[in-house]
Design a protein around this ligand. Structure first.
Ligand code: MG
Length: 400
């Protein structure tokens, strides 16, 4: 379209389910033509809002919204320092909105712009927790009855719970856990689940970086008989060189990457075939533009996608995930945390879940909208989530 220009960028903060979400609306010179993107960094949402309002907005106003690559690259390098989660999320909010605009102009869903469907819908996994092995089993069975064939299993949240703790006097407050007791409990959990459920259901587990690298290696080996679909975040991003040792000694499939910001974090892991699933948080790496390239880079090495899909992704971000899921050949699985009725009211056009699959809708663009007056009914709160202050039994602060 001739002379199409970006005329405004709005940052919309909302928390319909008490999780801070950041949504970007990019408006254009064409009346009624706008796009939406996800820029959710829930723990630092005000920093992202500032990055969008004070830096991205003046940077893109007046530019042609169809020049997505040019805007992505120039936005990324114009700060000189780059690849951090705050600025990447701000860029993502605009990037996804530009894909939304391009799809609306083309009269096509975004998955068509990405090459078209390789599958009708994306298989998803759900998250089953429980206080003990039996409760986890019961929760998995409930998901199986709803048609799910993939479930991620935890017992007592990340790092486990109810461990007897012997802490020193005057230990500081925090979310205490015992990594060794947790690691032993995971093996017991999967032994129980495979004995009771057999091998027809695919099971995953998220270590959430809670154990020492050598214990991660031991855990991957001990879980091998239970044939996990994947073991997630066995190591912190700072310790990725240990993956080589895990790979050399275990055939447990490895998923990694929800905390990655920078391409150098994934390049060697993928090219050396040290992981099986890339789990990036699409808004944290900068949106659809880098995610599409990352997926195709992974395809060359038979690494599959498993985009991060927790409650701190907005429905706009979930929609972007699903458009990528259905169009890339090397899709693996999509994390799905469920969208409430309230979320559907604030975000008309959410992807739809049926019998273990999530479907994009066929409307042009990302196919999702936001009711700004309803979004305003649910203000964000600047509270620090307690689980982020993880501590070992002696009080040492560690990765959450
Ligand atoms: Mg995770």
């Amino acid at each position: 379209m001739k002379d199409l220009k970006i005329t405004n960028v709005k940052t919309i903060l909302t928390a319909p389910d008490n999780v801070n979400l950041v949504v970007v609306k990019v408006e254009t010179s064409e009346p009624g033509l706008y796009g939406l993107g996800c820029a959710t960094f829930t723990q630092r949402y005000l920093a992202v809002k500032t990055a969008i309002d004070e830096y991205m907005k003046p940077f893109v106003i007046g530019k042609d919204p169809l020049r997505i690559e040019d805007i992505w690259h120039t936005a990324c390098v114009s700060s000189y320092w780059r690849n951090g989660p705050v600025l990447n999320n701000a860029i993502s909010g605009v990037d996804m909105a530009l894909w939304d605009i391009k799809g609306k102009l083309a009269g096509m869903p975004v998955y068509q712009l990405l090459g078209g469907k390789c599958r009708e819908a994306a298989a998803v996994y759900r998250h089953a927790d429980g206080r003990d092995e039996q409760e986890v089993e019961d929760n998995i069975r409930a998901y199986m009855e709803q048609g799910y064939r993939h479930v991620r299993c935890q017992m007592g949240l990340y790092g486990g719970a109810n461990h007897k703790m012997n802490s020193p006097e005057n230990a500081l407050p925090g979310a205490y856990y015992d990594p060794d007791a947790y690691s032993r409990s995971v093996v017991r959990l999967f032994e129980h689940l495979r004995n009771k459920l057999g091998f027809e259901i695919e099971l995953c587990h998220d270590v959430h970086e809670r154990i020492a690298p050598i214990e991660a290696l031991r855990l991957a080996k001990r879980l091998e008989p239970y044939r996990l679909f994947f073991l997630e975040d066995a190591l912190a991003p700072e310790q990725i060189e240990w993956f080589q040792m895990i790979r050399q000694q275990s055939a447990t499939p490895i998923a990694m990457g929800e905390l990655f910001n920078n391409p150098v974090e994934w390049t060697s892991l993928v090219a050396n075939r040290l992981i099986d699933f890339i789990r990036s948080h699409v808004s944290t790496i900068g949106g659809i533009t880098p995610a599409y390239k990352l997926a195709h880079f992974c395809e060359a090495f038979s690494v599959r996608t498993a985009w991060h899909g927790p409650p701190d992704v907005s429905p706009v971000g979930h929609a972007a995930n699903v458009h990528l899921d259905v169009s890339v050949p090397n899709f693996g699985i999509q994390e799905w945390s469920g969208l409430s009725e309230r979320m559907h009211e604030v975000f008309p056009g959410c992807p739809e879940l049926r019998s273990g699959y999530v479907y994009p809708n066929d409307r042009p663009g990302l196919g999702i909208d936001i009711d700004e007056s309803k979004a305003a009914l649910y203000p964000c709160k600047n509270d620090l989530p307690k689980w982020t202050l993880a501590r070992l039994p002696d009080g040492t602060p560690v990765r959450p």
